[in-house]
Ligand binder design. Structure first.
Ligand SMILES: CC(C)(COP(=O)(O)OP(=O)(O)OC[C@H]1O[C@@H](n2cnc3c(N)ncnc32)[C@H](O)[C@@H]1OP(=O)(O)O)[C@@H](O)C(=O)NCCC(=O)NCCS
Length: 201
């Protein structure tokens, strides 16, 4: 049996507004202590209304925002947003994942990230991108274990806690990836062809 799948007491579910304060507590801890994709700036602070608004926007775009509960407590959260705004990038997402400091290395990431991948694939998205601090061993291992490949190394792109830091770009195909056309793309092409037909007679 997969030891991670067998972890007792972990439940993955969509987040609700009632989870906002727990998610902020998790995020703030990593801002203060972490090497994740978080900085050490006051502007990085997440406010409850911002998070509620983000959740609402994401729901309307059918983007997943998930929490992991462990023994009934919110122990982690993860979400994905569009990789870029321009329409050509509409099948590509970038994501974030945070696990509560008191629940690290307990298999939560290994449950939460695959659930996020599955939800994004189900939404018709085709690629998922992550940026990870090059020294963030836990995140690099988690992502590789979940099917992400290292596709780029970006030297000295961050400055935090008084020094320059490299990022690693990781990527995971979703669903059928680039092996076929997205279904909505086909529908768009059919609609364009139908419009181009000039009635005769
Ligand atoms: C990265 C993070 C999400 C991992 O979550 P987690 O629940 O602790 O991870 P898991 O327990 O599911 O372990 C996942 C993998 O990472 C490895 N790992 C976890 N913690 C580790 C650590 N401190 N050092 C090295 N490897 C570690 C595990 O061995 C496991 O790999 P394996 O399956 O090959 O054994 C968590 O450390 C975190 O929230 N970090 C702060 C925020 C952050 O960095 N987010 C990611 C930004 S890109």
């Amino acid at each position: 049996m997969d030891p991670v799948a067998g972890q007792p007491g972990i439940v993955i579910r969509p987040s609700t507004d009632a989870d906002v304060s727990a998610m902020i507590e998790i995020y703030e801890h990593h801002i203060r202590h972490g090497i994740g994709d978080t900085g050490d700036f006051e502007e990085d602070r997440l406010r409850p209304d911002d998070l509620k608004r983000r959740r609402k926007n994401m729901r309307s775009k059918r983007l997943p925002h998930l929490v992991a509960e462990r023994h009934g407590m919110v122990a982690g959260y993860a979400y994905a947003v569009p990789f870029r705004k321009r329409p050509a990038y509409r099948y590509t997402l970038k994501h974030s994942i945070y696990v509560h400091a008191g629940h690290l290395h307990a298999g939560i990431g290994r449950r939460l990230l695959p659930a996020l991948i599955e939800a994004c694939a189900a939404g018709g998205y085709r690629q998922m991108i992550g940026y990870i601090d090059a020294e963030n061993e836990a995140s690099l291992r988690l992502h590789e274990a979940c099917g992400f490949a290292r596709v780029g190394h970006l030297p000295a792109v961050a400055y935090r806690h008084g020094r320059w830091a490299d990022s690693v770009m990781v990527q995971c195909p979703l669903g059928t990836g680039s092996s076929d056309q997205p279904s909505t793309w086909r529908q768009e092409a059919v609609a364009r062809e139908a419009q181009a037909v000039v009635p005769v007679g």
